[in-house]
Design a protein around this ligand. Structure first.
Ligand SMILES: C[S@@+](CC[C@H](N)C(=O)[O-])C[C@H]1O[C@@H](n2cnc3c(N)ncnc32)[C@H](O)[C@@H]1O
Length: 256
């Protein structure tokens, strides 16, 4: 069965067979975290909107998405996305109550310009959900696939850069990831390592598409070995029952 994971960006679509991990979908607890950051905003701009993950966290949404294939993946119940880039938003100053960009800034050609544009067109809070590159290597996956997390760390702007680009009154909050997180980024599997052995689960996280087959094969072989021998559980087994994980997922929020 060919499926369309909710966030495939440049990684292509995945194939999920019986007995494998479920297709990633937005997590309702993370959605609440985002909704809280948007406050009581009525009009919300979503930049790099992709297929529209977490748009339910907002109210009247205007979506911006430069990729034609991603725009085509948007369910019909969501607003059609406008073909534009963050760096040049086709909106007037202060047009939106709030704006958000989720899992997207690492792909922009000019993060500062894009965030300045979001600030310009937004009266209230701007919320950026991203990965803190200074924390990304602290995850146990670094033991098994350092190249993947090195890629993540190199691609993502620092939280200081995000906050400085937004200006105003900024806060940075670590997003608690639930043990049964339904989303599909690497840390969503912090307490369920077996699920990350599924190539379809890895495909939903684009950093895996930047490494070669040898890295994926070594990851698969060494993690399987450590799960079978009990070595993973000896060192990281406490994570199997930890209700939430505070890792590299952060929400940077700024008001003017
Ligand atoms: C990983 S996807 C995330 C999509 C969606 N926000 C989500 O959470 O599922 C990143 C998105 O950012 C978009 N993107 C890349 N460069 C962009 C830019 N300069 N301005 C706006 N969006 C961009 C990509 O086309 C892609 O759809």
């Amino acid at each position: 069965m060919t499926t369309l994971p909710h966030r495939t960006e440049d990684a292509g679509s995945g194939t999920v067979g019986p007995g494998r991990s479920a297709v990633p979908r937005p997590d309702e607890r993370i959605a609440r975290f985002i909704a809280e950051a948007l406050g009581d905003a009525r009009t919300v701009l979503n930049v790099g909107a992709g297929a529209g993950s977490y748009e339910n966290a907002a109210r009247a949404v205007t979506a911006v998405e430069p990729s034609e294939s991603m725009r085509a993946r948007r369910p019909v119940r969501l607003a059609r996305a406008i073909d534009a880039v963050a760096e040049e938003l086709p909106f007037a100053d202060g047009e939106f109550d709030a704006s958000m960009t989720l899992f997207s800034v690492h792909q922009w050609s000019d993060v500062r310009a894009g965030l300045r544009e979001m600030r310009r067109v937004t009266r209230g809070p701007v919320a950026v959900l991203s990965c803190d590159p200074d924390l990304v290597r602290e995850f146990w996956l670094y033991r098994y696939a350092p190249e993947v997390l090195d890629t993540e760390a190199l691609r993502h702007p620092t939280v200081e850069e995000l906050a400085a680009s937004l200006g105003g009154n900024g806060t940075v909050r670590t997003v608690p990831i639930p043990l049964d997180c339904t989303d599909g980024f690497n840390e969503a599997y912090y307490g369920r390592p077996e699920l990350l052995l599924d190539p379809a689960a890895r495909q939903a996280c684009s950093a895996w598409s930047f490494v070669d087959d040898g890295v994926r094969e070594r990851f698969d072989r060494t993690l399987r070995r450590d799960l079978e021998s009990g070595a993973w559980d000896e060192e990281f087994g406490h994570l199997r029952t930890r209700p939430t994980y505070e890792g590299s997922l952060v929400l940077v929020r700024a008001t003017p």
